[in-house]
Each structure stands twice: as C-alpha cells, then as structure tokens.
Design a protein around this ligand. Structure first.
Ligand code: COA
Length: 169
C-alpha cells in the first residue's frame, strides 16, 4: 500500500455563518462548528485512506475566538498521522476579514477517524509522510494524543500508555 503525504489529504471547506446557525450573542453555535469540522475532517481521512471512514473520537477542540454572524469561515483539515486503521486529522479554522481579506485563526481541532469495510470492520490505511515542519510536529505528537484518547475512552490502561508516562517520568 503506497504511502501518502499529508498535503494529499488537505481539505478546505469555506462557508458563511447564517442566522439559523448562531447563538443568542449572534456568534456561530459551537455544535454547528463541530458538525462542519466533522464533515471536513471525514473528507480528509477519506482522501488519505480511499475508504469509508467513521468518526472514532473528537480528541480536542478549542473555541478560542467567537465567529460572528455573516463571517466567511474556512476549515482546513489534513491527516496528521495514520496508524493501523485510524487516522488523526488536525484542523485549523480561519475567519476571513471582509475588507482586507486577511484570514485570522479562530479555532483548532483534532478528530480521529477509522477506515472501515462495508460491514464496519476496521481496515488498514496507508502510512502518512509529513513534509513541512508543522506537519512533522503534529505527526510526532499524535501517538501521545492517541494514547490519551484511548485512556480517556477506557480502551487503554494508563500503565500501558508509554508515551504519556514519558511526559511525567
Ligand atoms: C470506531 C470503531 C470502528 C472502532 O472499532 P473497534 O472495534 O473499537 O476497533 P479497534 O479496537 O480495532 O480500533 C480500531 C482503531 O480505532 C482506534 N480507536 C478506537 N477508539 C478510539 C478512540 N476513542 N480514540 C482514538 N482511537 C480510537 C484504535 O486505537 C484502533 O486504531 P489502530 O487500528 O490505528 O491502532 C467502532 O467503535 C465504531 O464503529 N464506532 C462508531 C463510529 C460512528 O458511528 N461514528 C459516528 C458517531 S455518531
């Protein structure tokens, strides 16, 4: 199975914030952003694996900056690391300034997808090759995040999380 680069999975979704998608402060509703990120990240994981993919976990989301009604929002997703059947997808969320066209980073998120066959059983995915400095940093930290996610989901004993122990010992 040939390896693939992170940039081959790059997916950029651009969309507006409409009134029905906002909270009482007229900012984008968090759940709406989560759904948009899930769709964008799933396309990225599909581009990497060429398989059906399902969301296994939402590992991290930081709503650092509110996104006002009428904003143009861009979600940029790339696979940051592929394991056996699972893929970590890292997303950066940008808001485009109407006058200058400049993009300001609003949020970040990390989701995990699993490639499955037609009966929903996990299948192997190609290895991911990181190329840029940022892709390499995200690749290196992904195993730690995978172990943390598995420990929190009750699927791995903390004593088996070798990468997490290395942080504290
Ligand atoms: C995700 C799913 C396919 C995993 O199946 P499973 O029987 O647990 O399979 P495994 O234990 O072999 O795990 C498969 C991979 O998922 C990873 N995984 C499972 N749960 C995970 C979690 N919470 N965080 C990170 N990775 C996880 C495993 O580490 C493994 O990765 P690897 O093969 O790369 O090492 C299964 O739980 C599922 O179908 N869940 C529902 C998915 C869904 O419907 N999502 C939409 C939500 S509405």
């Amino acid at each position: 199975m040939p390896s693939r680069t992170a940039s081959q999975s790059q997916t950029i979704a651009t969309d507006l914030v409409l009134p029905s998608e906002t909270n009482p402060l007229n900012n984008l509703f968090g759940g709406e952003l989560l759904a948009r990120m899930d769709k964008t990240a799933s396309i990225s994981a599909r581009r990497h694996s060429k398989r059906i993919v399902v969301t296994a976990s939402v590992n991290h989301v930081a709503f650092n900056r509110a996104i006002p009604l009428g904003s143009v929002v861009m979600i940029e997703a790339k696979v940051s690391r592929a394991f056996t059947s699972s893929m970590e997808v890292y997303m950066d969320v940008w808001v485009e300034d109407r006058e200058s066209g400049e993009c300001v980073k609003a949020n970040e998120a990390i989701y995990t997808f699993v490639a499955v066959n037609e009966t929903g059983h996990p299948v192997k995915v190609p290895e991911l090759i990181p190329e840029t400095e940022l892709e390499k940093q995200r690749f290196d930290a992904a195993l730690r995040r995978k172990q943390l996610s598995l420990v929190l989901a009750g699927k791995m004993k903390p004593s088996e999380a070798t990468e997490l122990k290395a942080l504290f010992v």
